[in-house]
Design a protein around this ligand. Structure first.
Ligand code: ADP
Ligand code: 5GP
Length: 206
């Protein structure tokens, strides 16, 4: 049946396990993709340009803002991050699903801008990924071993603010055991596929 794809906004504090949980779904659904954001932060070891992010200089990022290339952009932890329009709209109109790993500011901006776009607005749902406790979050962030102490402090300070915004989301998933959290996200995606708002045809009427 012809339908719009689903754009899942997945937010949660840095280190909560967004990439880990999504990796289970990417294994299960070959066609499911992350929206590749642009960022001005430096790549972490192992992060490939164009896969984890499009890594841009501040000047290039500003040029893309001026060109109107972003669906949303925000400053997070002292760096710029932005979602390219081309990563989302053409895909969902084509019936493909996409996950946007963006922060709370980004969720608010996407919601606002897609509300004005009836053509594909109904494709967007939002999920907040929460840690079982704040202590577990700190442990994961430190355990990942990718951040300096300064960056960890910045991310934990930001985490407290992000966690307070959980009620603004359609769904909440607690990432206690990663595979179980992935199963819950999978169930949300399955339910999203059954929403009437994204159906583009009604063969049962023919
Ligand atoms: P994010 O993408 O939200 O920044 P990551 O997926 O990079 O977070 O996870 C941060 C760290 O926490 C990684 O070292 C990862 O292996 C670990 N992690 C993720 N989910 C869990 C979990 N459910 N239990 C324990 N550790 C986890
Ligand atoms: P990290 O540096 O750990 O990859 O990401 C830091 C934060 O930036 C995370 O909360 C992540 O969700 C957010 N983020 C990543 N890409 C984007 C984006 O395109 N837009 C916004 N608003 N936030 C983003």
């Amino acid at each position: 049946m012809k339908r719009l794809g689903t754009a899942i906004i997945l937010s949660g504090p840095s280190g909560v396990g967004k990439s880990t949980v999504c990796s289970f779904l990417f294994k299960k659904y070959a066609e499911l993709k992350f929206s590749v954001s642009c960022t001005t932060r430096a790549p972490r070891p192992g992060e490939v340009d164009g896969v984890a992010y499009h890594f841009l200089t501040i000047d290039d990022f500003k040029r893309r803002i001026d060109a109107g290339d972003f669906l949303e952009w925000a400053e997070v932890h002292g760096n710029y991050y932005g979602t390219l329009k081309q990563e989302v709209k053409p895909r969902v109109i084509n019936g493909q699903d996409i996950i946007l790993d963006i922060d709370v500011q980004g969720m608010r901006l996407v919601r606002k801008s897609v509300l004005a776009e009836p053509e594909w607005g109904p494709s967007v749902i939002s999920v907040f990924l929460a840690p079982p406790s704040f202590a577990a979050l700190e442990q994961r962030l430190r355990g990942r071993g990718t951040e300096t102490e300064e960056s960890i402090q910045k991310r934990l300070g930001n985490a407290a603010k992000e966690l307070a915004a959980w009620r603004e989301y359609d769904y909440i998933v607690v990432n206690d055991v990663a595979e179980q959290a992935a199963n819950r996200l999978d169930a949300i995606l399955t339910a999203a596929h059954a929403r009437t708002a994204t159906c583009l045809e009604a063969p049962w009427l023919a």
